[in-house]
Design a protein around this ligand. Structure first.
Ligand code: TYD
Length: 138
């Protein structure tokens, strides 16, 4: 899907366990200005329900599993994250919802900018309008 793809990071695994390094810009394609993580999400909860206008993010499920639904006006995909060395890049103007968090899920997000509420589109019909002009111009 446009502005959205799985990314695999190298893991260093030996008999002592696994380590996954992620460097801003070289590995992410954008500078990391913020991280946040979501955990303790109860069964049946669905969250997200927004798009960003300019933000670049990589979502990593570093423990457990979660499903991310990504949508544009033309596409919809449900992507399972259950591997700590595999992330989901989500760029501008992608609607996302997160659901099916396992009890032990920790969803770590690397973001290109500090928190900015004005970058959010939280209304789906407003998203559809903005997305149609954004993707037409691209
Ligand atoms: P929210 O965007 O509603 O989470 P989700 O999209 O996963 O459902 O964020 C929950 C709260 O956290 C909201 O009050 C805003 C705050 N918040 C920050 O202060 N900084 C951040 O970087 C993020 C992502 C959220």
């Amino acid at each position: 899907m446009i502005n959205c793809e799985k990314v695999k990071f190298k893991d260093y695994t030996d008999q002592y366990g696994s380590l996954v390094p992620i460097e801003g810009e070289t590995d992410t394609g954008f500078p990391i200005r913020r991280i946040y993580y979501i955990f303790g999400v109860e069964r049946g909860i669905r969250r997200g329900y927004h798009s960003h206008r300019d933000l670049h993010q990589i979502l990593l499920c570093v423990s457990g599993s979660v499903t991310i639904q990504v949508r544009t006006n033309n596409d919809s995909e449900d992507i399972v994250l259950d591997n700590p060395s595999e992330g989901l890049y989500i760029g501008p103007m992608i609607w996302r919802e997160m659901y099916d968090f396992s009890a032990d899920a920790v969803l770590l997000v690397l973001a290109s900018e500090h928190y900015d509420e004005s970058d959010y589109i939280r209304d789906f019909s407003a998203y559809k309008k903005e997305a149609s002009s954004y993707f037409e111009e691209k």
